[in-house]
Design a protein around this ligand. Structure first.
Ligand SMILES: [Zn+2]
Length: 453
């Protein structure tokens, strides 16, 4: 048997190389906060150096250094970045069946905090770059490898910092990073792979209400900050903004939804009802489509009053809101006003963390390369562009370099999204199949060879 066109011995050698590096970086605890990614960057630096690649460590803080390595091609051409973040979210060892920072390989899986988010991709990309360097591959342009810090919490001294302070290191034409891209669902006998071309952005805000204060023995019903805030929270929390079905979302629905609901999902007038039905029938597909239908409002923090016998004059609620690439903050404010104005209350909105969302076009030479390589290795694969519901660092790169095409993609050739129960990021027993992470290294190498041919 020759897996993905390699003979058995070459595949085994690739697997050994990927596992050695992958488990080594899983064993470095990069929990963020506080981060401490430099120790992980040094493991990557030593591995790249052993393969003839020089790396630069740069960053704002000594313990939080980003690593950048460059491999120039033989003739002029585009610059391609393979990127990943080294930090991971906190893990509670009591919830795990293996120690989260032991880099355990068992039952055909690699286990550890960061196994899918995203030390797998970091290791696979590094091995791809090393193999290209060792083989003296003939390609155009330049290949850049970036292992970044501070993605999970903060996003200040990582990719955003690089874009602001060292744009010379990160400026590129093409970027591959994380996202839900590379996960797939079996649909009508095909494997439909998600390609994340953009992501929803934060538009988190605080709603503040004001009212008449006074002694709580005399109830204030007409103009109470607390009662008005409660009404605002209920109204926003239960509100589904009018559905938006962009051309990309319509194509995404075509690729994923069954005949029964497809047309109703694509019609903004019926999309909300249709996605509710879909949720009961197929939670995974509904979970991918529903966030693409518009903004979401999730009230999370409430604050009012200091003493039980005093009516407070103001109250506030924090709302986690995520918006689509085609939306602006002003439109989002208008959506909130549409919900709150009819209540007749006195309110104001303050942004907490708000970023303008962005997305890259598709198809592009990069998406075509991805599709060509994937189809050769996984013959029943099709690629469907989509917008990820959660944030990634690709947003900073697109903002800094508007011509850059940035996608989230790392393909899993064996396990699908249902088997992975919607994905394992940020979960106890985060793990990836040995075959999947090994193939990812081969995939990145082949995409570089194809795109920069
Ligand atoms: Zn991540």
């Amino acid at each position: 048997m020759s897996p993905y066109g390699l003979d058995a011995q070459d595949w085994r050698a690739l697997e050994d190389e990927v596992l050695a590096l992958f488990t080594a970086i899983l064993r470095v605890d990069t929990t963020n906060p506080p981060g401490d990614e430099t120790a992980c960057a040094l493991v990557l630096r030593d591995y790249l150096a052993a393969n003839g690649l020089r790396s630069e460590l740069v960053g704002e803080l000594p313990e939080r250094q980003n690593l950048v390595a460059r491999l120039p091609g033989r003739r002029p051409g585009p610059t391609m970045v393979l990127m990943g973040h080294m930090d991971v979210v906190p893990a509670d060892a009591a919830e795990w069946t293996v120690p989260p920072f032991a880099g355990v390989v068992k039952d055909g899986f690699v286990w550890g905090c960061g196994a899918t988010d995203m030390k797998n991709q970091l290791a696979a990309e590094a091995v791809a770059v090393a193999r290209l360097a060792r083989s003296g591959a003939d390609f155009a342009g330049e290949l850049v490898y970036i292992a970044s810090v501070d993605e999970e919490d903060g996003t200040h001294c990582g990719v955003r910092w690089l874009c602001e302070h060292r744009p010379d290191l990160i400026r590129c034409d093409y970027l591959l990073n994380e996202g839900v891209g590379g996960l797939w669902l079996p649909i009508d006998g095909r494997r439909v792979y998600l390609l994340a071309v953009g992501e929803k952005a934060f538009a988190q805000f605080r709603i503040r209400t004001r009212g008449a204060g006074g002694h709580a023995s005399l109830p204030e019903k007409e103009h109470s900050a607390v009662i008005d805030l409660a009404r605002a929270v209920v109204a926003l929390g239960l509100h589904d903004p009018p559905a938006i079905v962009s051309p990309m979302t319509a194509r995404f629905i075509d690729a994923l939804a069954g005949d029964g609901l497809r047309e109703r999902l694509k019609d903004p007038a019926t999309a909300r009802d249709a996605v509710r039905e879909l949720r009961a029938a197929d939670a995974e597909v509904a979970g991918l489509i529903e966030p693409l239908l518009g903004a979401t409002f999730t009230p999370t923090i409430l604050a009012a009053g200091k003493a039980v016998n005093v009516i407070p004059t103001h109250a506030e609620a924090s709302v986690d809101c995520r918006i689509l690439p085609e939306m602006t903050l002003e439109e989002t404010r208008a959506l909130v006003a549409d919900v709150l104005e009819p209540l007749g209350i006195e309110w104001e909105l303050e942004w907490i963390d708000a970023t303008e969302p962005n997305a890259s076009p598709a198809p592009t030479p990069l998406s075509e390369s991805i599709e060509r390589v994937l189809r050769r290795d996984v013959p029943d694969a099709t690629l469907v562009p989509m917008c990820a519901g959660s944030f990634t660092d690709s947003r900073w790169v697109r903002e800094a370099f508007p011509d850059c095409v940035a996608y989230g993609f790392a393909p899993f050739p064996t396990e699908d999204l249902r088997t992975m129960e919607g994905g394992r990021d940020h979960s106890p027993d985060e793990r990836v199949r040995v075959e999947d992470v090994t193939y990812q290294a081969l995939f990145f190498e082949r995409v570089v060879r194809d795109l920069l041919a």
